[in-house]
Design a protein around this ligand. Structure first.
Ligand code: UN1
Length: 496
C-alpha cells in the first residue's frame, strides 16, 4: 500500500496548494507504488519561506545548547526507528538493507554530533594590540537556508545539512529529492515529534524545476546548501550569485583506487568491489576508476572480474542480495548510454555492459568492468552506476598522474604497504579525501566531507570547524575598548 505524505510547513502537515500529487515507485519492483507525495509549486515554497523567516527571529536567539537538545532527542528516536527507516530507504531508493541501515546510522551519528556542537560553537578570544581592549569572534546564524538534497543518501545527507543548520540557529526550507520523499518525511516527522518550534524546519516536496528553482530565486532565502550533480551545482551557483546567496555545493566525483604491486591484494580486492559496486556505484564517492600497477594488473583484474560476476542482484530487502537496482528509469538509461559510449570508444568490456536478468522487474544493470585509457569518456565522466574503468600504471608517479587527471577532486585511495609510497600519495593526490588501504567510500561524519575542483565549492559538509559549522554560521568579530579614550590600531601602537 502506497503511503500518502504531505508537506510540512509552519509546524503543520498540509497538501500542496494545487492539490496535485506525484508518485514514487520501488526501483527494485516498478509495479509497487511506495509513496504518493505533493507536487508543490511556487505558492507552497513561498509559504514555507515565510514561515522560516518568521521563525528565525526566535530560533536564532534560542541558546545553542537548547537548539542542540532537540537534535539529541531526534537522534534518540532515530536510533529506536533505525530498522523501520532502513527498510524504507531500501524500498524507496533501492540500496541493500545493510546500506539502508548505514544510511540511518549516519544520520544518528550526525544528530548526536551536532547536538554536542550546541555546547561548543566556539569563537576565538585573542589579545588586542592595544591595552584595555578585548578582541573576540562569535558564531552567528545566517538566516533562512534552502537545503536541496539527493536520493542516494536519503536520510544521511538531509541530516548532514539539517542538523548543523539548526544547531547554528538557522531556519530551513528543505526540498528533498523527488525520488525519496518518504525517507525525507520520516526524518522530518521526528523533529515534529521532539517539539521543534513551528516554522524552524519546513519540508516542501516536488520537482527540481518546479520548486528547486523557486527556492533558489526566493528573495527571503539567504543561503543554499546543495548536494547533487556538478551540472546542477553549476546552475545553482550561477543563480545564487545573481540573487546574492551563499552557496555550498557538494557535487560529483570520478574517484580512483590505486593498487600498487606491494599491496595486500586480497584487501585491495575487497575494497575495489565495495568501492565500485556498493550502492550500485551511486555514490559521489564511488570508486569508478581502478588504477593497477602493471606488475599485478592481470592477476588482480582476473580476480576482480570474477568477484564482480558473482555479485547477487535483486531486491535489497532480501538477505542474499549484494547489489540493488539503480534508482530510476532516467538513471538506468543514462548509465546504459555511458556503457554504450565506452563500447564505441573501444574500451575493452570484461564483464557486464547490459541490463541484468533478475526475477524482479526493476532497474538492474550488471556490474560492468572496462579496461580503459586515460582521457576516455568512461574514464573522465561521472557515471553514477555500477561501472568501473580499469587503467594500467607503470609506477607510483604514473598512477598518481592518472588519478589526478580529471576535472573532479573528491576522493582517492591507495593500497600499498610501503610507508614512503603512501606518504607521497597522500601529499600528491588532488582530492578532498584520501584513503590509505581502504576504499573511497566510508567517510565518518565528525570530519569534514568535501571535494576540490569540480567536486565541491563552499565549505565541506559534516565535521565541525572547517566543515559544516563554517557553512551554517558566520563569524562576527567583536572589539571592546574599555580604555575610555580613542585608541587607533596600527597608529597608536609603538614597537621599539
Ligand atoms: C555520497 O556519496 O553522496 O563516504 C556521500 C561515504 C558516505 C557518504 C557518501 N559516508 O561513501
Amino acid at each position: 500500500m502506497a503511503v500518502r505524505i504531505k508537506n510540512y510547513i509552519n509546524g503543520k502537515w498540509i497538501n500542496s496548494v494545487s492539490g496535485k500529487t506525484l508518485e514514487r515507485r520501488n526501483p527494485a519492483n516498478t509495479s509497487e507504488v511506495v509513496t504518493i507525495f505533493p507536487r508543490s509549486d511556487k505558492r507552497d515554497v513561498d509559504t514555507a519561506v515565510k514561515a522560516a523567516r518568521t521563525a528565525f527571529e526566535k530560533w536564532s536567539r534560542t541558546p545553542a545548547p537548547k537548539r542542540g537538545h532537540y537534535l539529541f532527542k531526534a537522534a534518540e528516536i532515530l536510533e529506536q526507528r533505525k530498522n523501520e527507516l532502513g527498510k524504507i530507504v531500501t524500498k524507496e531508493m533501492g540500496k541493500i538493507l545493510p546500506e539502508g541501515l548505514g544510511d540511518v546510522q549516519e544520520a544518528i551519528d550526525t544528530c548526536y554530533y551536532f547536538a554536542g556542537e550546541g555546547r561548543r560553537l566556539q569563537g576565538e578570544t585573542v589579545p588586542s594590540e592595544l591595552a584595555n581592549k578585548d578582541a573576540k569572534t562569535v558564531r552567528e546564524p545566517i538566516g533562512v537556508f534552502g537545503l536541496i538534497t539527493p536520493w542516494n543518501f536519503p536520510i544521511a545527507i538531509p541530516s548532514w545539512k539539517i542538523a548543523p543548520a539548526l544547531v547554528c540557529g538557522n531556519t530551513v526550507v528543505f526540498k528533498p529529492s523527488q525520488f525519496t520523499p518518504l525517507c525525507a518525511t520520516k526524518f522530518v516527522e521526528i523533529f515534529d515529534e521532539v517539539g521543534l518550534p513551528s516554522g524552524v524546519l519546513n519540508l516542501v516536496h516536488g520537482t527540481g524545476s518546479e520548486i528547486g528553482d523557486e527556492i533558489l530565486k526566493h528573495k527571503e532565502v539567504d543561503a543554499i546548501s546543495f548536494t547533487g550533480s556538478t551540472a546542477t551545482g553549476a546552475r545553482i551557483k550561477e543563480l545564487c550569485a545573481a540573487t546574492g546567496k551563499e552557496a555550498a555545493c557538494e557535487m560529483g566525483g570520478k574517484n580512483a583506487i590505486i593498487v600498487m604491486d606491494d599491496a595486500n591484494l586480497d584487501l585491495a580486492l575487497d575494497g575495489a568491489i565495495w568501492g565500485g559496486f556498493g550502492t550500485s556505484g551511486q555514490r559521489c564517492t564511488a570508486a569508478s576508476r581502478l588504477i593497477l600497477h602493471e606488475k599485478i594488473f592481470e592477476k588482480f583484474l582476473t580476480k576482480f572480474v570474477s568477484r564482480a560476476k558473482k555479485l547477487k542482484l535483486g531486491n535489497g530487502l532480501q538477505k542474499t542480495t549484494q547489489m540493488g537496482p539503480v534508482v530510476n528509469e532516467e538513471q538506468y538509461i543514462r548509465v546504459l548510454n555511458h556503457i554504450e559510449i565506452g563500447k564505441k570508444e573501444r574500451a575493452k568490456l570484461l564483464t557486464g555492459g547490459k541490463p541484468a536478468k533478475t526475477k524482479e522487474k526493476g532497474y538492474f544493470i550488471e556490474p560492468t568492468i572496462f579496461i580503459g585509457k586515460p582521457g576516455m569518456h568512461i574514464e573522465q565522466e561521472e557515471i553514477f552506476g555500477p561501472v568501473v574503468t580499469v587503467l594500467k600504471a607503470k609506477n607510483l608517479e604514473h598512477a598518481i598522474q592518472i588519478a589526478n587527471d580529471t576535472k573532479y577532486g573528491l576522493v582517492s585511495s591507495i593500497y600499498t604497504q610501503d610507508v614512503n609510497k603512501s606518504a607521497r600519495a597522500e601529499k600528491e593526490l588532488k582530492t578532498g579525501l584520501v584513503y590509505i588501504n581502504a576504499p573511497t567510500i566510508g567517510a565518518e561524519i565528525h570530519l569534514p566531507f568535501g571535494g576540490i575542483k569540480a567536486s565541491g565549492s563552499g565549505h565541506p559538509e559534516a565535521g565541525g570547524r572547517g566543515g559544516a559549522i563554517d557553512t551554517y554560521s558566520s563569524v562576527k568579530v567583536i572589539y571592546r575598548d574599555y580604555s575610555g579614550k580613542l585608541q587607533r590600531a596600527q597608529i597608536d601602537v609603538k614597537y621599539d
